[in-house]
Design a protein around this ligand. Structure first.
Ligand code: ADP
Length: 408
């Protein structure tokens, strides 16, 4: 089945056309600066290896969808003859609150529920709503499925998701741990479970999705028992520009000292912290690793090393505590931009972990960069398997969509 996967942001729309019968990616692309001057589309036809970039006005997401369809059906750069060859659309949705623990087909009732989740992720939710509307306008009658970043984490027990704040705030505002990157954690944990070669019900896996945004998840028997992100994506480990877990008392303290509004402190914790806050020069791990490899004479060396040491320290804590929570550990998976491409970080995290049964294969770790397949980076004797597994959220979205469409 040909599924168009859509990830709508406030001024962008990413897409992929995937055949779920053969897991083939036909085309992918990005519409950028929607509603802003200088809108452009970047489109890639995979089989022919053709890439096109074109400036084209897009006043809204419907205009963007129209351009996407034009490119997909273009005789030169396209891959299908007409829109009829697209059976359904699958949307990535950031927040499904407590309503959705699985993917679902879009209906009026579902739309109303999504609007109720708006408070949790206002910018993302508004963008998704524009994406749904755009698809509806350009491809009326085509089934649309929603795949939620929060859904996989809905199996957590109350002891993992209730914060020890007054309980009334959970009831009144829905303040609880939701977790993010669920589609990625679901994909890599399922791939890892297959590699372990034992029934999913018996597997204990920690998945580390380390990119610009990062989260760690404990998956026991195929179900999430805990995850590092919380009410928002700000929680957990140090990220590109997010601080992750800090003592909550720092927030009112800094607000008072620096005379900051809630929006200002929020901005500092989300946009000016993490790697960027510590190094004071970059949020990008490539710059930071370059400074580390350049050595102590590099002006950014000390802080870069500190930033990466902090992340290493936190990841070790999460892996150890999740192993304790699951009463054991079969595998650790690294994925996303940094997880898939940084032997340095993986090596630091997995060193001195023999007590947990982790023994890294240094050569395999060094070679696991820009891989398209899963690769084992632990030694043959290591009790715990450590793998790099490239994430593929779009494939999960396409497959969930195809399954929902086939059922109905
Ligand atoms: P997002 O959370 O935006 O999806 P990604 O998963 O794309 O983020 O990860 C972005 C991060 O991955 C950046 O810090 C980037 O530097 C890092 N990254 C990508 N490629 C490499 C690489 N080859 N070596 C080290 N880090 C990399």
């Amino acid at each position: 089945m040909n599924i168009l996967v859509v990830n709508a942001g406030s001024s962008s729309l990413k897409y992929q056309l995937i055949d779920t019968d053969t897991d083939t990616l036909f085309a992918k692309g990005l519409c950028d600066r929607i509603g802003i001057e200088g809108s452009k589309i970047e489109h890639k036809q995979i089989a022919k290896g053709i890439k096109v970039k074109k400036e084209s006005p897009m006043k809204d997401h419907a205009d963007a969808m129209k351009l996407v369809v034009e490119h997909l059906t273009d005789p030169e750069v396209g891959c299908i003859k007409s829109m009829d060859e697209i059976q359904a659309i699958g949307h990535r949705v950031v927040h499904g609150g407590e309503y959705y623990s699985k993917s679902i087909l879009l209906t009026d009732e579902v739309l109303e529920k999504i609007k109720l989740c708006r408070d949790f992720a206002p910018l993302h939710t508004d963008a998704h709503l524009m994406g749904f509307k755009g698809c509806l306008e350009i491809m009326p009658g085509k089934p649309q499925a929603l795949v939620f970043d929060t859904a996989f984490h809905q199996t957590m027990a109350p002891e993992a998701y209730i914060y020890p704040l007054p309980y009334a705030y959970y009831e009144k505002y829905g303040i609880r741990r939701y977790g993010m990157h669920g589609t990625s954690h679901r994909y890599v944990s399922a791939e890892m479970a297959k590699l372990l070669g034992k029934p999913v019900e018996e597997t204990k896996i920690v998945t580390c999705h380390i990119g610009n945004g990062s989260s760690v998840t404990a998956v026991k028997g195929g179900k999430v028992v805990d995850t590092s992100m919380g009410f928002t994506p700000l929680a957990g480990v140090e990220m590109g520009t997010r601080c992750g877990d800090i003592d909550p008392a720092i927030v009112p303290y800094l607000m008072e000292k620096e005379n900051l509004s809630p929006a200002e402190i929020n901005n500092i914790m989300n946009k000016k912290s993490g790697f960027l806050g510590v190094t004071e020069f970059s949020s990008d791990s490539r710059d930071i690793e370059d400074a580390i490899f350049a050595g102590p004479t590099d002006p950014n060396y000390e802080r870069s090393k500190l930033a990466v040491d902090i992340l290493k320290h936190e990841l070790k804590k999460y892996i150890g505590s999740y192993a304790a929570l699951m009463n054991g550990l079969d595998a650790v998976v690294f994925t996303a931009g940094i997880g898939e491409n940084s032997p340095l970080l993986r090596g630091m995290v997995c060193s001195d972990m023999e007590y947990l049964g982790i023994e890294l294969d240094a050569a395999a770790n060094e070679s696991a960069v820009h891989q398209s397949d899963a690769i084992r980076i632990s030694t043959a004797d290591s009790k715990v398997s450590v793998y790099v597994i490239p994430t593929n959220e779009e494939l999960v979205i396409a497959k969930d969509t195809a399954a929902l469409v086939s059922k109905n």
